[in-house]
Ligand binder design. Structure first.
Ligand code: UDP
Length: 491
């Protein structure tokens, strides 16, 4: 177990200094100041299994920084486990909670999990004092948190970032396994009501994942900055010199001979001029890239199959392009499934007639620098008329939140995470069947045809994110849960 100092250079005051955020930050300060007397000088310990990589590790620094700025001593502890078998086991449990892989856990697994949990609990006890609050993230440190809760006068909350909206033999086995520890917790937090398993219904709260509005992925990009990022990342051809340096690694585009070249080759995609439909995701089958590509082709076929189109829409549709972007394949060497999926997408693209190939850009985004990657995602989303997240399944879908925050019209699927965010017709659109190219084509067509509608959806979407999915909401909800737990435990 070791302490991690979060490196996050944005303070609560910095957020408050941004005109559009100041009201929400002031509200947060006010609400939390009412809760602080209950918390007294108890310390909050966030515990997870890694300091780098993955959404939880990314979310921790801003969360801890904001909690500290609001007057609570929050700290971040990361498990140290030398035995890789433990992480193989917890990965299996993770998959089982998603309804995949194994359907049982045996005695040897239980023994391994219990043993590591004991060691981790011993280490955790070196940091924690009676009266403190543990916030344990995901299954890896769950056992350790429960053991410390049994041994010491602390409160313990379990934050689960994963889930499935059905009960299957896999999920049953996973919850049965974890059930030996869940009972010890004072409270649990899930990312959607559908994810709360039966035994935890009585003591769980939903807190939605959120985005940081000043992160490189979500911050405002003034026009020169936006164009600079696109040029520096080779997503557009420069019209003239720009003051900033080229990124060391460019965005690349799949060419019709199957090779990868600069993203602005063989010709400019048209991000600044054309109607652009974009999906940015990991290369995962469940993200629905292939049916989206088919849907786009189906839509374009309206231009040639005699369907009568009014002239403005005809031109919009003719110029429209689809951008499918994901991580550089070299960066996912350890993800053979991702490589496989990308291969399928590339093959499907190469099988298309050249006229369709011209209108679809398969983009590989550089992953060497998290900042450059985030800026490129930010710029791509901002250049889009429509952002799609056509997932067959989705835990939450931060790409949806990111696009909504940027006032882009979003077309999502009905996957659990996405339908928490988009209220269809109000702040986006939902396809019922993400594997039905006709339905995808029909909704994309409606959105492309009606720029007033897109604008209305985009404006509402931003307000929705402002109210419910910015980091301030997460911090406030976490404070509320912690306070309730403290009151129930010690008053
Ligand atoms: N993402 C990225 N670069 C990529 C592909 C994805 O930064 O090349 C980001 C995306 O912007 C989002 C996150 O990865 O912030 C994906 O989160 P989401 O909840 O949408 O799906 P997950 O990957 O967790 O299933």
């Amino acid at each position: 177990m070791h302490l991690v100092q979060p490196r996050h250079h944005i303070s609560l005051q910095d957020y408050e200094n941004v005109a559009t955020l100041s009201v929400t930050v002031r509200d947060l300060r006010q609400e939390v100041s009412n809760l602080i007397p209950t918390l007294g000088n108890r310390r909050v310990w966030m515990v997870n299994s890694t300091a780098r990589g993955g959404g939880v590790a990314e979310m921790m620094p801003p969360l801890i920084t904001l909690m500290r700025d609001l007057g609570v001593e929050a700290n971040w502890l990361v498990m140290d486990v030398a035995d890789p078998a433990f992480f193989r086991l917890t990965k299996r449990i993770h998959n089982m909670i998603h309804g995949e892989g194994a359907t049982h856990v045996d005695d040897a697994d239980r023994q391994l999990y219990d043993q590591i949990s004991q060691h981790t609990a011993d280490a955790l006890e070196q940091y924690v004092s009676p009266g403190d609050v543990l916030v344990i993230h995901d299954p890896q440190p769950m056992g350790a948190g429960a053991i410390v809760r049994r041994r010491m006068d602390v409160a313990a909350i379990w934050r689960c970032h994963i889930g499935l909206d059905q009960e299957t033999p896999h999920t049953r086995a996973a919850w049965e396994f974890l059930g030996r520890y869940t009972d010890d917790y004072d409270h649990a937090i899930f990312s959607a009501p559908e994810y709360i398993p039966g035994p935890l219904t009585g003591k769980s709260t939903v807190i939605y994942p959120t985005i940081d509005p000043l992160s490189h992925k979500n911050r405002e990009l003034p026009i020169h900055k936006l164009v600079g990022v696109l040029v520096n990342g080779s997503l557009i051809q420069p019209f003239g010199p720009v003051p900033t340096e080229q990124f060391p690694e460019p965005a690349r585009r799949l060419q019709s001979d199957g090779t990868w070249a600069l993203a602005c080759q063989p010709e400019d995609i048209g991000l600044l001029f054309r109607p652009i439909i974009t999906q940015v995701s990991r290369w995962d089958r469940l993200k629905g890239f292939l049916p989206l590509m088919e849907g786009f082709v189906t839509l374009k076929q309206d231009l040639t199959n005699g369907t009568v189109l009014e002239s403005r829409y005809h031109k919009t549709l003719r110029l429209a392009r689809l951008v499918l972007a994901g991580p550089d394949p070299d960066s996912i060497q350890d993800d053979p499934e991702g490589q496989e999926v990308l291969k399928e997408i590339c093959q499907a693209y190469l099988n298309l007639p050249p006229a369709f190939q011209k209108d679809i850009a398969i983009i590989s985004l550089p992953m060497g620098s998290a900042k450059h990657n985030a800026l490129l995602v930010n710029a791509l989303q901002r250049c889009s008329d429509i952002v799609v997240q056509n997932s067959l399944r989705e835990g939450f879908g931060l790409t949806v939140t990111e696009a909504m925050w940027k006032r882009v019209a979003v077309m999502g699927s009905h996957a659990v995470g996405i339908r928490q965010q988009i209220r269809p017709g109000l702040d986006g659109c939902l396809v019922k069947d993400p594997e039905d190219p006709k339905e995808i084509a029909s909704i994309l067509g409606e959105l492309l045809r009606d720029h007033h509608k897109r604008e209305e959806l985009g404006n509402n979407a931003q307000r929705r994110v402002y109210n419910d999915f910015l980091i301030f909401t997460q911090v406030r909800r976490l404070f509320e849960v912690i306070t309730e737990v403290v009151e129930a435990r010690w008053s």
